[in-house]
Design a protein. Structure first.
Length: 565
């Protein structure tokens, strides 16, 4: 049998061998250079990322940006030591981008560089960013005063989108509407017959509109695209983020979460507006005597300050206001957060990345090698983190963190439960704070009512318990209070805005003594009575009596019927 030589087949085989050798070499070099390896032939190149580096400069430096999510850019290089590469990376950083370098083979990089031909044919979509013009922002802020305004606009655009497309306009309305009425979250939830849109306003979800399922798919795809999520993954939860350019100097981060559901993927977008943390230390809703205690404790050179409360209780805002209060050129402040919700000027903020081994624990250990004066750890979740935080407070650092407990008295038992020696807690812990957020009654429509007898009895008991802490406190008469009604000014909810309910326990001789006896919450609360600080229930009942909030709203946020001490 005569075998013919297949030249084309042999050339193909040689070409494959060369490619394999090139990738193997790049992979080996990546280990030596300490950079992650990337094979761009197996990766989708994002043209919006590619266009950030001019083609001429990219070819000269043998570099290509291939992925962008918000301000995070993935960049492939052949030689990271090339001075031209350093120049391009520096230029990106001056534009506030955060580049991550990957090592690629020359052949792999050439495939990315070939994509420059597509840039002239494609329109820039700003992957990772949605642009909303200043004109539109002004228009929406003037037009969207209530939820009804957003509903009307959505209904009109809904019809247009069904006939002519215009999905970008729908998404722009959803996002701008949330900004206009200060919604903290946007929920898009597929149901059996249609899609439900809700905003979380003042901590409570409000229905906006139900729109057609035909609009949902393109909206989902658009949100996934700008959030850096995989379009083809539908049965697994995904998290991403993007930014909204609201005006020339305001960039608002949006955190996206997508999870699979019975009728499609549910979308939640968290709106992180920098204006929401422009709250001064004095405007947190704290009573004057508690303010003095906070101010005294956060200005100490060392110690551990712990904040407790459920998700959405305003802990981040409070911690940031503390950091801003004590931030100065003389102090180095490092934070370990999950994620970084807002960027603070003059503070070194780092973000947890579990895939790369950067956790609260490893972050805290690393931060201690950075010679910090003040540290903020997003959350104490385990024994080791708790012990290192305690030791840091004992060795001259001021440490802020959060802990899972229901109230300030639960902090010490929880630390002991995490394995911290009770004898050193009194030396490290300086202040334990618990907080909740409560809605304020709309001053435009609140209605005065006679207090029901069952509520009146509880209110009087709580007010009388205040006298144990404050001898000079005069129990007010409680015959009438206010309830929510609802009007156009408050989107028919009866409430407008929120304020904080706070309680705290600071370390004094009484608390230090009881700490060594392995106490429960009740023991701590009794020992703290002489400090004269109101608990959240007492603080809330006073606000009910004053007419700031309603009894019903207070009962939604805290347990009013626990034992009165």
């Amino acid at each position: 049998m005569i075998r013919t030589f297949d030249e084309e087949k042999q050339d193909k085989r040689l070409s494959e061998l060369h490619l394999k050798e090139a990738e193997n070499l790049a992979q080996t070099m990546s280990v030596r250079l300490g950079l992650p390896y990337i094979d761009l032939s197996k990766f989708s190149i994002n043209t919006d990322a590619l266009r950030l580096i001019p083609e001429e400069e990219a070819r000269l430096a043998k570099i290509a940006a291939f992925k962008i999510v918000g301000k995070n850019i993935s960049v492939a290089v052949v030689s990271p030591n090339n001075p031209e590469v350093a120049k391009i990376v520096s230029d990106l950083e001056t534009k506030n981008y955060r580049p991550t370098l990957y090592l690629a083979s020359t052949l792999s990089l050439d495939r990315a560089l070939e994509r420059y031909a597509e840039i002239s044919k494609s329109k820039k979509s700003e992957a990772g960013t949605i642009d909303i013009s200043n004109a539109n922002i002004e228009e929406f802020l003037q037009e969207f005063k209530q939820l009804s305004d957003i509903r009307e606009k959505m209904e009109s655009e809904n019809e247009v989108a069904l006939k002519e497309g215009g999905i970008s306009a729908i998404l722009e309305i959803i996002l701008s509407g949330a900004l206009a009425i200060s919604a903290s979250d946007i929920h898009i939830e597929p149901e059996a017959d249609d899609i439900r849109l809700r905003y979380r306003i003042d901590g409570v979800l409000q229905d906006v509109i139900n729109f057609h399922q035909k609009i949902y798919r393109p909206i989902l795809s658009r949100i996934k695209l700008v959030s850096g999520l995989k379009l083809n993954v539908k049965q697994t939860a995904q998290d991403g983020r993007f930014s909204i350019k609201a005006g020339s100097d305001t960039e608002i981060e949006i955190r996206t979460s997508v999870i699979p559901g019975a009728y499609g993927e549910s979308i939640v977008m968290r709106v992180l507006n920098p204006k929401n943390i422009e709250v001064t230390f004095e405007k947190l809703g704290i009573t004057s005597d508690l303010m003095e205690i906070f101010d005294r404790e956060i200005n100490k050179p060392n110690g551990l300050i712990l904040l407790t409360g459920p998700t959405g209780s305003g802990k981040t805002t409070t911690l940031y206001s503390f950091l801003q209060r004590i931030n100065s050129p003389e102090s180095k402040i490092i934070t370990i957060e999950d994620p970084i919700e807002y960027h603070l000027k003059g503070i070194n903020q780092t973000q947890v990345n579990r895939q790369k081994g950067y956790t609260f624990l490893s972050g805290l250990r690393s931060a201690l090698r950075q010679d910090p004066d003040i540290m903020m750890v997003g959350e104490i979740r385990d024994s080791e983190t708790a012990k290192i935080a305690i030791n840091s407070a004992l060795t001259g650092h001021l440490v802020f963190s959060t802990l899972h407990t229901n109230n300030s008295a639960g902090t010490i038992p929880r630390l002991i439960d995490l394995g911290v020696n009770s004898k050193i807690i009194s030396s490290a812990l300086t202040l334990s704070i618990a907080q909740r957020l409560i809605r304020k009654l709309c001053s435009n429509c609140r209605k005065e009512i006679a207090i029901p007898e069952s509520e009146k009895e509880l209110i009087i008991k709580v007010l009388e318990s205040i006298k144990k802490k404050k001898v000079d406190f005069v129990v007010p008469s409680v015959d009438k209070t206010y309830e929510a009604v609802g009007c156009p000014e408050c989107n028919d909810t009866g409430y407008s805005g929120r304020l904080g309910l706070f309680e705290a326990i600071y370390m004094d001789n009484s608390i230090a003594t009881v700490t060594t006896t392995n106490p429960n919450e009740k023991d701590i609360r009794i020992a703290a009575i002489p400090q004269g600080i109101l608990d959240m229930r007492q603080d809330g009942i006073l606000k009910v009596v004053e007419g700031t909030t309603s009894f019903r709203e207070l009962s939604r946020v805290i347990d009013l019927y626990e034992e009165i001490i």
